[in-house]
Design a protein around this ligand. Structure first.
Ligand code: CTP
Length: 411
């Protein structure tokens, strides 16, 4: 018989905290054991007595409680479970988690744990949509934390509506079940697949201190790597110079130039899927100087002669040996987005092109959101504006379905 699955529930301080009582009850009905930690703010909304009565377990609230530490230290608390669920995950708790703070029991446990974490945000819609919260969520997703919700709807505050409601209890339970199910990682949709992703800009040296570059932040590629990993893939992320941390569980190869990127991609083959999200510089300086270029009085500024860089997507798309089964390119356009993407699909021998409008007014280049069009030989799918992490998750699910169908066709 399967042993009881153990949930550590961290209850944050929001009006939705009361729903945790129902969540605990339903989880126990399904055979989970639930141990709870409450933040100070949570105690303003539900009492430890109520949580303890429903969970039939001792409730933990203090970091510096000698009795608790003697009985079960916070490190053990962080590890003696199969899954940590943070619900409601308030804006404050998410901010602390994203920055690795550990100034109370809940945050210390979250920092000390080696278990999967599922966060269920709940807050005012403006707080949720605030760029600071969105940054924190993107960081946490890149760190491997899963999210469920928030749901869209009426808020406790009169007249306020939007994304910010705690996901309903059945939805939370479903997410918990799904997060625990892949204990058998072989059952994950991309298990055993190698996914290769390029991301970020490239820097092309002019001399030892100057370079040509572009505005790519690498966010979309890093989000794709995290999403592929969360579906069980072995992921190699080949990244140009960006200020993003390595996504958890992903092999990251950091490079600078287009030539180095091509080299790293070729070395990382074979792969089942290759996604070229990088904004590779089309040109490099033909002959970069080994010494810093100096101004000299009265002379003309230097004329920089450019040479064309290798097209990495095109090279891999046209490969006969070791061509990944699915080759996905991106198309950064400022006009005729879909038509230009269709041309790139053909000329680069890609299977799919993810096209986006990178005109400055869209804020896509460097921003957190993206509006994409999926161009394939069969047609075009338009996806509405969403967070880059959501684009990544949706795209990787599509990849998994595609590979699944291909395998079924082969069998
Ligand atoms: N790409 C690449 N190597 C290059 C240039 C582009 O691998 N040297 C890939 C990008 O990663 C992306 C796709 O090709 O997946 C399209 O890139 P994009 O910048 O939109 O197009 P370009 O081919 O550079 O064409 P143009 O700049 O003229 O639109």
């Amino acid at each position: 018989m399967q042993s009881k699955r153990r949930i550590l529930l961290i209850i944050g301080g929001g009006i939705a905290a009361y729903k945790c009582l129902d969540l605990i009850r339903r989880l126990r009905e399904r055979g989970f054991s639930v141990r709870a930690i409450m933040t100070k703010a949570a105690e303003q909304f539900v009492t430890p007595l109520a949580v303890g009565a429903i969970s039939n377990e001792r409730v933990f609230t203090e970091l510096f409680n000698l009795d608790d530490e003697r009985e079960i230290g916070h490190i053990r608390l962080a590890r003696d479970c199969d899954l940590i669920v943070v619900a409601p995950a308030t804006a404050d708790l998410l901010a602390k988690m994203a920055h690795g703070q550990a100034n109370d029991l809940a945050t210390s446990v979250l920092l000390a744990t080696d278990k999967p974490v599922l966060a269920a945000p709940a807050m005012n819609p403006r707080m949720w949509l605030n760029p600071a919260t969105q940054r924190n969520v993107a960081q946490l997703k890149a760190d491997g934390i899963s999210f469920i919700g928030p749901a869209v709807g009426e808020m406790a505050e009169r007249g306020e509506a939007g994304p910010g409601r705690l996901a309903e209890v059945p939805v939370l339970i479903d997410a918990i079940e799904r997060r625990l199910a892949p204990r058998d990682t072989a059952a994950m949709p991309l298990a055993g697949r190698h996914v290769l992703i390029t991301s970020g800009p490239t820097h092309e040296p002019i001399d030892p201190v100057r370079y040509l570059a572009n505005r790519s932040s690498g966010k979309q590629g890093f989000a794709l790597a995290a999403a592929a990993r969360s579906l069980g893939a072995n992921v190699t992320l080949i990244a140009g110079p960006v200020a993003l941390p390595d996504p958890a569980g992903v092999t990251v190869v950091r490079i600078e130039t287009a030539a180095e990127m091509l080299d790293a991609v070729t070395q990382a083959l074979p792969a089942d899927v290759a996604i070229f999200a990088a904004a590779v510089a089309d040109w490099r300086i033909a002959k970069p100087k080994s010494e810093k270029l100096k101004k000299s009085a009265g002379s003309e500024p230097p004329a920089l002669k450019l040479a064309e860089n290798p097209d990495i997507l095109k090279t891999i798309g046209h490969r006969s040996k070791d061509r990944p089964r699915l080759v996905v390119g991106f198309a950064a356009e400022t006009e005729n987005v879909v038509a230009n993407a269709q041309k790139k699909l053909k000329s680069k021998a890609a299977d799919w092109i993810v096209a986006n409008d990178v005109s400055p007014e869209t804020g896509i280049m460097g921003g957190d959101r993206n509006t994409v069009h999926i161009v394939t030989r069969d047609g075009v799918e338009h996806w509405s504006d969403m967070h880059k992490t959501d684009v990544a998750e949706k795209l990787m699910v599509r990849v998994a379905i595609h590979l699944g169908q291909q395998s079924a066709d082969i069998a």
